[in-house]
Design a protein around this ligand. Structure first.
Ligand code: CTP
Ligand code: MG
Length: 228
């Protein structure tokens, strides 16, 4: 199916402890953000792509993709969900309709493969709600008390890690995010907004190496990986 993309890229990357937001750190000769946009640019189904950026972002204009006619810039917000909502508002101005598919993907997730993207698009094309790439947890899980002692082992077979892209209908996603934000519900991904609105997003199993670069060792790992 055809789809729109929103890339929230207005975070400061505090856990990365670098001299600039992590999406602008170099990886294999280009910035992480350029690699992330490349996962979508050139896809035959792409209708348009919005990047949500901090208002004082000095790095974006020097990227070549800033001049790509399919790419538009929106204002970032205080939280990730605010940045996504601002991006959706711009998609509306660009002509997105209520039933159109929107994919939201973290700026700091540059290792999305074309196969994973197409598996998500194909699996959800006729789905009434939408869903997200997700990865089954690998490690044994423990629930612990405040003293750091194990209370119990959790059944991991039903636990998944929520990845991106997350794929929902434009109208439903915008309404769910706006509603959840207005009621101050904690929203850490798009799916949680849809869940708050009473929907059940579908999990599509993806590759574990579509990781979000969060800490310095994540970037080192990906650098090594791309070298070999
Ligand atoms: N993001 C955003 N607007 C915010 C906060 C985050 O657009 N107000 C984006 C980040 O740029 C990132 C994605 O949301 O692409 C996932 O967030 P995260 O990994 O937490 O990035 P940061 O918030 O930048 O990192 P940290 O939490 O370590 O500060
Ligand atoms: Mg953050």
């Amino acid at each position: 199916p055809s789809f729109w993309v929103v890339i929230p890229a207005a975070g400061v990357g505090s856990r990365m402890r670098a001299d600039r937001p992590k999406q602008y750190l170099p990886l294999a000769g280009r910035t992480i953000l350029e690699h992330t946009l490349d996962c979508f640019l050139g896809h035959p189904g792409l209708r348009g792509l919005v990047v949500s950026l901090a208002s004082d972002d000095p790095w974006w204009p020097s990227l070549s993709c800033a001049r790509d006619p399919q790419v538009r810039r929106a204002e970032g917000g205080a939280e990730r969900a605010d940045s996504v909502l601002n991006g959706l508002r711009l998609l509306g101005e660009l002509g997105a309709r209520a039933d159109d598919w929107v994919l939201v993907h973290d700026a700091a997730r540059p290792n999305l493969t074309p196969e994973d993207l197409d598996r998500l698009l194909t699996a959800l094309a006729d789905d009434p709600v939408g869903g997200l790439l997700a990865v089954p947890v690998r490690d044994t899980l423990k629930r612990a008390g405040p003293d750091g002692r194990v209370l119990e082992t959790v059944d991991r077979s039903v636990i998944w890690q929520a990845y991106t892209p997350q794929m929902f209908r434009f109208g439903a996603l915008q309404a769910a995010l706006a509603g959840a934000l207005a009621e101050r519900v904690a929203i850490t991904d798009e799916a949680s907004a849809l869940e708050w609105a009473g929907q059940s997003p579908r999990l599509i199993e993806g590759r574990a190496d579509n990781l979000k670069i969060t800490r310095p060792e994540d970037l080192q790992w990906l650098e090594q990986r791309w070298k070999s």
